[in-house]
Ligand binder design. Structure first.
Ligand SMILES: [Zn+2]
Length: 156
């Protein structure tokens, strides 16, 4: 079962990395603590935060996870462990910018939208229905896999 999250404004990097793993993470750069807590409560999202002040709010008490430390790698490991997330299972299935699930898109449809070299060498493309960004399996996925395996000490 997938837990949807909302990350507080201090945790942008963690939010992006969780999205890279395929997690559903709402992240807004300009939102007050009060609105964030309200939004989490209404949408059933778990608040990811380092802010002790924030978790004292009544509506945050039972639906938060307090992240420790400044390092996004440590933070990522904490969240993955706590919520039993498979770090490689759904890698790059979500837009890093918008949090939207990516959809398959035919190779011919991306011809004008990716560098010629990418078009020539890749066959598997996905796109975000929200921002239109194109992702492809080769370099994008290999890089992401490499980083994630390193962070979690997974051997190839
Ligand atoms: Zn997007």
């Amino acid at each position: 079962m997938e837990t949807p999250f909302i990350a507080d404004v201090m945790l942008g990097k963690l939010a992006t990395w969780l999205r890279l793993l395929g997690c559903d993470v709402e992240y807004l750069t300009a939102i007050s603590d009060e609105n964030l807590v309200e939004m989490a409560s209404r949408s059933g999202r778990v608040i990811l935060t380092r802010d002790l002040q924030l978790i004292r709010r009544r509506k945050a008490r039972d639906n938060h996870f307090l992240v420790q430390g400044d390092n996004y790698k440590d933070q990522l490991r904490q969240v993955v462990e706590r919520f039993s997330i498979d770090p490689l299972g759904r890698i790059l299935t979500r837009c890093l910018r918008c949090n939207e699930l990516l959809k398959d898109i035919g190779r011919s449809a991306v011809r004008e939208r990716v560098p010629p070299y990418v078009y020539e060498t890749q066959t598997d493309f996905r796109t975000c229905g929200c921002c239109g960004r194109i992702y492809w399996r080769g370099t994008h996925r290999d890089e992401a896999m490499k980083h994630v395996m390193k962070i979690f000490g997974i051997q190839e």
